[in-house]
Write a protein that binds this ligand. Structure first.
Ligand code: ACO
Length: 428
């Protein structure tokens, strides 16, 4: 097979190199095209644009394959812990027993937040959405750790910035929640594991301590792993592009949190539950909502359906659907919206509109149902996604810096006015 593709333009033949990834994915390298021909390429939403070469995640949207560093998501979700997966994503290999012990110890040790964060939190209105608070607090870490502003000074400092972020995000997330509900902040308890510690900071009060049920921490571990990394999605691309200007890790991840917030991305898990609740309150008529989703004059979309890259099934959705059934039965929760979700899924999967457009439930269709069963309030769902996605953002940021990638700066095709003279106010 040829290593070049030919572009015939204006009587010239331009040779474009074809590059190939380790899973035989092929791409046209157009990085020199403008110099060769004066042409740029246009691809709104980057639907067919590879922004980088990455060794972290392989996914095949047609076959429903997702692997972190070569390991299938099904095996990791079944056998691994979230911190082990975080190490794998960030450093490329599964940790040895000693590496994992040190990693867990370091992340457990750095969970405490500087007391001045309390003052920062007090500045937010009590009903502030925790995603906005979280992204602000993560940026604020740069003020408390100014050495992080020079993010690649030494490998040890990079590691320390990474450890601090992984250690502190659950504390910041739980504090954002406590601020919203007006309860006193709960400090981390380092004898607990990552998930158990987070849930205690969410649910303990001065009146009553809290320990999560092992069924709950096991499910949380699985959910965090399933969300941990997903190659060049909207928030991860944001982290890479912000980091490409040599902004710090904390500033880059804060931008990623904001990108994740939108309802077309991580905000979908909250939107799914709100949609399912609205359907229930409206009498549970799923057919009515399917019709609305298909009506082009109606802005309503079936939240939790469709995905930019998965066009047959989302492998994470399969694992989560089963986990939702397990958790609800183990906890003895009977959630009527689970039934509505199942009806909706079944009806959509048999409806030509959804079949033709290859619209299937995505990871967020069922994750909200589990979060609800675990007692997580709806407006914290996207924060849960952020906790899970953190290793992916860090791994991608680190890879981008280590590869010395250039600053991200797309071009455009200008469609505005041609040059014209300024018109004096009296003549307008
Ligand atoms: N409900 C109804 N119709 C839909 C839906 C949906 N959820 N998703 C896509 N469509 C339709 C579009 O109207 C379009 O129809 P057309 O061809 O007749 O114009 C077609 O399917 C293709 O849709 P696009 O928006 O072009 O697909 P894209 O790949 O750009 O968008 C996205 C993917 C944003 C996920 C979209 O499917 C969506 O909005 N889904 C609902 C939100 C959601 O669940 N987001 C979570 C994504 S997963 C994640 O971030 C973890």
């Amino acid at each position: 097979m040829s290593d070049f593709a030919e572009l015939h333009y204006n009587g010239e033949v331009i040779k474009l190199p074809v590059i190939e990834g380790t899973e035989n994915e092929k791409a046209l390298d157009i990085s020199k095209l403008r110099g060769q021909s004066g042409l740029i390429t246009i691809d709104p939403g980057y639907k067919n644009t590879g922004s980088t070469k990455s060794a972290i995640t392989f996914l095949d949207g047609e076959k429903g394959i997702l692997r972190y560093r070569g390991y299938p998501i099904e095996q990791l979700a079944e056998k691994s812990s979230f911190l082990e997966v975080a190490y794998l994503i960030i450093y490329g290999e599964l940790p040895s027993k000693e590496d994992l012990a040190r990693w867990e110890k370091d992340i457990t040790y750095h969970t405490l937040i500087h007391e001045d964060f309390r003052t920062l939190l007090e500045g937010f209105p009590s009903n502030a959405h925790p995603m906005g608070v979280l992204s602000s607090l993560v940026t604020s870490l740069t003020a408390f750790y100014p050495e992080s502003l020079d993010p690649v000074r030494s490998a040890d400092e990079v590691r320390m910035n990474i450890v601090r972020l992984l250690a502190k995000l659950p504390t910041l997330a739980a504090w954002a929640y406590k601020n919203e509900i007006g309860q006193p902040l709960v400090y981390p308890l380092n004898s607990l594991d990552y998930g158990g510690n987070f849930l205690r900071m969410m649910f303990a009060t001065p009146a009553e301590d809290f320990r999560a049920d092992p069924v709950v921490t096991t499910s949380l571990n699985k959910l965090l792993i399933l969300h941990a990394e997903h190659e060049q999605n909207c928030s991860t691309s944001t982290v890479r592009i912000v980091g490409s200007s040599h902004a710090s890790l904390y500033a880059s991840v804060s931008a990623g949190i904001n990108a994740l917030w939108g309802p077309l991305h991580g905000g979908a898990n909250q939107a799914v539950i709100e949609m399912l609740e609205a359907i229930r309150e409206d009498g549970g008529d799923t057919a009515k909502y399917l019709a609305k989703a298909k009506d082009k004059d109606d802005p309503f979309r079936l939240m939790g359906f469709g995905h930019r890259v998965y066009k047959n099934f989302d492998p994470r959705a399969r694992i989560i659907k089963k986990a939702a059934d397990d958790v609800l039965s183990k906890l003895g929760v009977n959630d009527p919206i689970l039934e509505i979700a199942k009806h909706l899924e079944e009806a959509a999967l048999n409806d030509p509109y959804f079949v033709e457009r290859k619209l299937y439930p995505n990871v967020d269709f069922y994750s909200g149902i589990i979060y609800r069963a675990l007692g997580i309030p709806t407006n914290m769902f996207t924060v849960m996604f952020a906790l899970g996605r953190l290793p992916g953002w860090i791994g991608q940021w680190k890879e981008m810096r280590e590869n010395n990638e250039p600053i991200g700066r797309p071009r455009q095709v200008y469609t505005g006015e041609n040059e014209r003279d300024y018109v004096d106010m009296a003549k307008r």
